[in-house]
Design a protein around this ligand. Structure first.
Ligand SMILES: Cc1cc2nc3c(=O)[nH]c(=O)nc-3n(C[C@H](O)[C@H](O)[C@H](O)COP(=O)(O)OP(=O)(O)OC[C@H]3O[C@@H](n4cnc5c(N)ncnc54)[C@H](O)[C@@H]3O)c2cc1C
Ligand code: SF4
Ligand code: SF4
Length: 572
């Protein structure tokens, strides 16, 4: 039988990995336990760089992300989840404030890559590739870069000066952005011919249709077009009158932002949604804020037709009730036949989900993420085309999220690099430190942050940011609530229990994945050492059999008395 040996093998924490049921933590794979530990230590610059390994939009995500990480956080089962999102925002803002520059990870390469679309998917792909040394050019059809970051998400949730800092940071890596560069069939063919790889990151911008009578009438408009005018400050084009009654159809991000912008512009919006607030794809916290801001809701109402009356638009809706769960995991609305209602609005905005518009790649194409097979291109360039972001998720999944497209960009970039001849290392197949593997007796119960927000009466008539960034002292304190699941933070509990079989090394803590801070004294390994494994609050120690895949770790972490006395290891 093989001998069992304790070892420091760092695990993944649920907040940034996927569990056995497929539930996701952070899609961008932000290394949360490590950036939080650095934050708790007050080492904010290093925490910033941990975040920037995986997320060029960490200041943005620290504001508008739906934070699946906090839903997956182990601390939820103990008292309340750690404030990961607010701390990501603090660390990122602090890094920009200090003028920290991006770190390049690879030598300059003589390979050039074209990216179509400058939304978060395109810009993240550009950032990751440029850091590796590639020459990257982004082609954006609009006059400003950012995609839905600048045209969709309003400034009260993502101030433009914060976006500008993230953009400047990305550009520091050498990324070149061409705006007003609308890629059509011809220019797409040129890109495929002239670049070593092309990434399509054009989002989902073909307006969705309700398929009902009257949706083409004057006064009925698309939600993203509405938001674009607001976000570009084109208020005259929008022409909203004080007290104007606006009906907004939908229950996702777009609908939510349209009604909140409308309130700020003095209108009286009503959201019409065919399910209830519990099924909305927008985050529940935001739904509550929207209600507080005075938006009216008509739940379980599905539009039937729109008609023009003398001075208004008349919307007829079908009353609905909730039925069984559908493929989206939410209760499906079913009609209550014979029961309808009518409402009168000055304007109706359709915020019902848009679809990818990939006309420029030709008629014959298939998406096999992260690849795209475009059969209208010459055969010798077909293998150069990749896809990412909302354009890749397509019509099948309408719950796009920035953090999700950042994760997709990482997958696409890995594939592009491999296509261009690189061997891309991925982190080892590590286990996850779920709640039941932790030893929580060492932790005290404590509560979450209460974020400071702008009072309701100060929100009308302006687009100022609503939530404030926490200060450094509070950030350090709240980051200390993290259990740091799966990683060693030199808390010494294992060493206390080890009965002399562990030696404490004189090493400063680093966020490196396989760093270790104690060594096993081979001759002294005993039952007490196994107790150390149990004692670890964070499941950073494991028991593995000698000769297994962990052999190299064992060679590094085990030392004999004679090696120790000879002083021939780790002198440097
Ligand atoms: C109103 C709204 C609010 C949202 N709020 C949130 C939120 O709070 N949190 C969150 O996580 N997610 C939010 N989302 C979702 C998120 O914004 C998207 O999932 C994300 O922006 C998708 O990124 P992308 O880069 O794939 O596409 P996009 O952001 O859509 O960018 C695509 C870019 O490609 C350009 N393009 C298209 N065709 C061409 C062409 N032929 N040539 C050149 N350029 C082209 C477009 O102009 C655009 O700039 C929101 C979405 C909307 C609509
Ligand atoms: S990007 Fe979103 S999911 Fe990832 S750590 Fe930040 S808040 Fe959490
Ligand atoms: S306690 Fe910390 S490491 Fe553990 S799941 Fe929560 S945020 Fe992640």
């Amino acid at each position: 039988m093989k001998k069992l040996l304790p070892l420091y093998i760092n695990r993944l924490s649920p907040c940034y990995s996927r569990d056995h049921l497929g539930n996701h933590g952070c899609y961008a794979r932000n290394d949360i336990p490590r950036f939080l530990h650095l934050t708790a230590l007050g080492r904010f610059d290093e925490a910033f760089y941990v975040l920037k390994e995986t997320n060029p939009f960490s200041s943005g995500c620290g504001r508008f992300c739906d934070h699946p990480c906090e839903t997956a956080c182990n601390r939820t089962k103990y008292d309340q989840p750690v404030d990961i999102k607010a701390l990501e925002r603090f660390v990122s803002d602090a890094g920009y404030e200090k003028g920290l520059k991006p770190k390049m990870t690879g030598e300059a390469k003589d390979k050039k890559i074209a990216i179509v679309g400058s939304g978060p998917a395109g810009l993240s792909s550009a950032y990751f590739l440029a850091r590796c040394g590639y020459r990257v050019e982004v082609f954006e059809k609009h006059e400003v870069a950012g995609g839905l970051l600048t045209e969709g998400i309003p400034a009260y949730r993502y101030p433009r000066d914060v976006f500008e800092k993230e953009l400047a940071f990305i550009k520091e890596t050498g990324v070149v952005i061409h705006t007003c560069a609308n890629i059509n069939k011809e220019s797409f063919k040129d890109l495929a011919g002239n670049y070593d790889a092309v990434i399509v990151a054009t989002g989902a911008h073909k307006p969705g249709e309700l398929g009902i009578e009257g949706e083409q009438l004057d006064g009925v408009e698309n939600g993203i077009a509405f938001l674009k005018k607001v976000n570009l400050g084109q208020f005259e084009k929008l022409g909203i009158k004080k007290g104007e009654k606006i009906g907004v159809i939908g229950g996702g991000y777009t609908a939510m932002d349209v009604v909140r912008c409308a309130v700020r512009l003095g209108a009286e919006p009503t959201m019409v949604y065919r399910r209830t607030s519990a099924e909305m794809t927008a985050h529940q916290g935001e739904v509550e804020e929207t209600k507080r801001e005075g938006v009216k809701f008509k739940f379980l109402r599905s539009p039937l037709k729109i008609e023009k009356t003398e001075d208004a638009l008349r919307l007829t809706v079908q009353k609905m009730k909730l039925g069984p769960v559908d493929e989206s995991g939410r209760s499906k609305p079913v009609a209550v036949y014979g029961e309808t209602e009518t409402y009168h609005f000055d304007r109706i905005v359709l915020a019902i989900g848009d679809k990818p518009d990939l006309f420029f790649v030709g008629e014959k194409f298939t998406v096999d993420f992260p690849r795209m097979i475009c059969r209208d291109l010459p055969e010798d360039v077909q293998s150069k085309i990749f896809i990412t972001g909302d354009a890749a998720m397509g019509a099948t999944d309408n719950t796009g999220m920035v953090v999700r497209v950042v994760g997709l960009a990482q997958d696409t970039v890995k594939s592009v690099r491999e296509y261009l001849g690189e061997t891309v290392e991925t982190d080892k197949n590590r286990k996850t430190a779920f709640y039941n593997t932790l030893n929580t007796k060492y932790f005290e119960k404590s509560g979450r942050l209460i974020e400071e927000t702008v009072p309701l009466e100060k929100r009308n008539g302006n687009f100022d940011e609503i939530v404030k960034t926490v200060d450094a002292d509070l950030a350090q304190l709240m980051a200390g609530r993290c259990f740091n699941c799966g990683i060693c933070i030199q808390c010494d509990w294992c060493w206390h229990y080890s009965d002399g079989s562990l030696i404490k090394l004189d090493r400063e803590w680093t966020p490196e994945k396989d760093a270790f801070y104690y060594e096993f004294l081979t001759e002294k390994v005993s039952d007490a050492t196994f107790k150390s494994v149990e004692a670890c609050p964070r499941a950073a120690l494991s028991i593995s059999s000698a000769g297994s895949a962990t052999e190299s770790l064992r060679e590094e972490q085990y030392i004999t008395k004679s090696e120790l006395e000879g002083g021939n290891r780790y002198d440097n």
